[in-house]
Design a protein around this ligand. Structure first.
Ligand SMILES: O=C(O)CCC(=O)C(=O)O
Ligand SMILES: [Fe+2]
Length: 399
């Protein structure tokens, strides 16, 4: 049976154009130590100090003060761009606050991290990983990918390589654009939280990354539909990724697993509810007819892709680092730069096992929050009902 290789967000085999990178990169040809298992690390949830106001209408974000540079909001739903800060110089307390900022705003881009080393990038990720949360003795500091290549240099097996060049022509017959939105490795029992991607080689034009907020998707639904979604769980599968890797002649380090996660998860740092499904890994809703499952999942996947007001499009410059919270946003790379080269390295700390609304509320004794309700509350507005059912005026399109 022939297997469709994954799209080019997994590095394909290197060809001549990548000769200079062959030194730096290796395909995953050998298993990494057996300790990298898909087991649940016995760690408490990854909750960072909740100190700041979630929503602030000022252009200059109040966190700019602790970051020491400028930080500018991008859209109401998500995104902050930071300039004048060196990530490696942030204190541990500032990193904790930064993780909270990333949870609140979905994605934060640090421009021009020119002298950040890969070890320093790993150290930031490890600070947010399970070892930091527990006693530094349990589990990996950050996630080791089940299939993709790692840098050749010793000691960098926790780095996930994103690489494409003229040998990696995008295949539009493999995936629709909606299907490219995903949250990383959600088949894991404890999928990632704040995740750092540093761009090393950027094409002259193109290669942007789209981020879309699961909190904004959740907020956009009617209360009965929100309650319905809150009652559901879905199966996330690593099988297709492993089959795709095998089909492309790559090594699979761990046998794939399937994991059930709630469809609406609550971020423990902010208490905000997000839709947590993605076409890359979410296969079916548990305990509902297939037709209903397919219908609901495809509707949810579509909402991430079509609502431009829930999204921010990051235009990269060399040495930018984007940090996104895989618990609250989905993302999609754009493959419009072929045959140019693009190269980035990712560090992926695992976070808590996703908590449903019921689990979060039972554990904390507090009600989980709706993102838009909170945003309006901060400016003294009650989230309005969509429709009173009668007396609706005819609306004409103005343009
Ligand atoms: O290449 C990108 O911009 C993002 C790739 C990706 O999905 C990831 O690194 O998780
Ligand atoms: Fe990704």
């Amino acid at each position: 049976m022939s297997v469709t290789p994954p799209p080019t967000y997994s590095p394909g085999p290197l060809d001549g154009a990548a000769a200079d990178l062959k030194q730096a990169l290796t395909q995953a040809t050998a298993p990494i130590a057996a300790k990298h298992l898909n087991v649940e690390n016995p760690v408490p949830v990854n909750v960072f100090n909740y100190t700041g106001a979630v929503f602030d209408n000022d252009e200059e974000y109040e966190y700019a003060e602790f970051l020491g540079g400028t930080a500018v909001h991008q859209t109401p739903a998500l995104g902050v761009e930071v300039r004048g800060v060196k990530l490696q110089q942030l204190s541990k307390a500032a990193l904790d606050d930064l993780a909270l900022l990333v949870a609140e705003r979905g994605v934060v881009v640090f421009r021009k991290q020119t002298d950040l080393t890969i070890e320093e990038q790993l150290a930031v990720g490890a600070h947010w990983g399970p070892r930091y949360i527990a006693d530094h003795s349990v589990g990996d500091p950050v996630h080791v990918h089940a299939t993709t290549g790692v840098p050749r240099r010793e000691g960098l097996e926790h780095v996930h390589v994103v690489y494409a060049d003229k040998g990696a022509r995008p295949d539009p017959t493999a995936f629709a654009k909606i299907e490219l939105f995903h949250s990383d490795v959600t088949y894991e029992l404890q999928p990632p939280g704040p995740t750092l991607l540093r761009n090393l080689v950027t094409p002259d034009l193109g290669g942007d990354t789209l981020f879309s907020s699961g909190a904004a998707v959740f907020s956009s639904f009617s209360p009965p539909y929100q309650r319905y979604l809150e009652s559901l769980s879905a199966v996330h599968s690593g099988h297709e990724q492993a089959r795709g890797a095998r089909g492309a002649g790559q090594h699979v380090r761990r046998e794939p697993i399937e994991t059930v996660h709630p469809i609406v998860r609550v971020c423990p740092s902010t208490g905000i509810k997000s839709v947590f499904v993605n076409a890359g890994f979410t296969r079916r809703i548990v305990g509902v007819p297939k037709a209903e499952s397919d219908h609901v999942l495809s509707f949810l996947h579509e909402q991430f892709a079509v609502n431009h007001d829930f999204a921010w499009r990051v235009k990269w410059e060399k040495d930018d680092v984007a940090i996104w919270d895989n618990r609250v946003v989905n993302h999609s790379a754009l493959f419009d730069f072929w045959p140019e080269r693009r190269h980035a390295v990712r560090v992926t700390p695992q976070a808590e096992r996703p908590e449903s609304v019921a689990e979060y509320e039972a554990r904390t004794g507090t009600k989980a929050k709706d993102w838009l309700e909170e945003r309006y509350k901060a400016i003294g507005i009650v989230k309005p009902a969509l429709d009173a059912g009668v007396g609706k005026k005819e609306r004409g399109f103005k343009d």
